[in-house]
Design a protein. Structure first.
Length: 249
């Protein structure tokens, strides 16, 4: 028995090490600055984007994060959520092409947000939330170039665009996909849950009809159960009378 257990244990150990190696490789491959969620509906309003920044250095901490917002397809109404330990600096730039809104024409938009003062240590990450009033509706994606500065002075430039071949670059820039807004969508997300408009799409008349049908169905079911109960009682009474007659004879 023992000679068979040893090879099995070795095989199990090799499999575990291989799995661990795959997990480490996957973690290293995905440890870059990203934006979440990965997609939104075109022209979505009143949403939040979260920039996740992991620390990749073993002997240094991340001390500065810069995110550059596109100005050719600007985000409107950008606001930064306060982050404990971090100070955010918002920079605006003039737009080459003004954007018309219900409140007037905008000639400037936020082009850069810089967070400093905090530390992201080895094995940690930090989420930076940015709210927006409206996303552009005239493009299929938004690219947010980012710079990550470490306490050692090293700067990682997350600015590379994904090639058409589909292979991921070494330092990819965060990308937000913009999808076509469906007729049932409220514009907040490309994959939003059922909206209040959809929930109330059933008319009161249909709701009443459905309620009446259910009531009639329950009534019929109740009558059927009652009939079966009476039949069972009559059958039991008949058997009892026959039994008494047999005894008396």
């Amino acid at each position: 028995m023992f000679p068979m257990r040893t090879p099995l244990r070795r095989a199990g150990a090799v499999s575990a090490l291989a799995a661990a190696g795959l997990l480490v490789a996957a973690g290293a491959a995905s440890a870059h600055v990203t934006v979440q969620p990965e997609n939104y509906a075109k022209g979505a309003t009143d949403g939040v984007l979260t920039f996740r920044v992991p620390n990749e250095e073993d002997a240094a901490a991340t001390t500065k994060v810069q995110v550059f917002l596109p100005t050719d397809h600007p985000l409107l109404g950008v606001m930064v959520r306060p982050q404990d330990g971090w100070t955010a600096k918002v920079t605006t730039s003039k737009l080459k092409k003004p954007v018309r809104t219900e409140d007037g024409t905008l000639t400037e938009a936020v082009s850069e947000i810089t967070w400093t003062g905090g530390r992201i240590r080895q094995g940690q990450y930090q989420d930076f939330a940015v709210a927006f009033g409206q996303l552009p509706a005239d493009t299929d994606q938004l690219t947010f170039k980012a710079l990550q500065t470490y306490s050692s002075g090293k700067v990682v430039r997350w600015i590379e665009a994904a090639p058409k071949s589909g292979a991921e670059p070494e330092n990819p820039a965060p990308v937000l996909k913009l999808t076509a807004k469906s007729a049932a969508s409220d514009g907040s997300s490309a994959t939003s849950p059922l909206t209040s408009a959809q929930k109330s799409s059933v008319s009161p008349a249909k709701a009443v009809a459905t309620s009446d049908s259910m009531a009639r169905g329950l009534g019929i079911a109740g009558l059927a159960v009652g009939t079966l109960g009476l039949a069972a009682a009559a059958f039991a009474l008949t058997r009892a009378r026959r039994a008494r007659g047999s005894v008396s004879e």
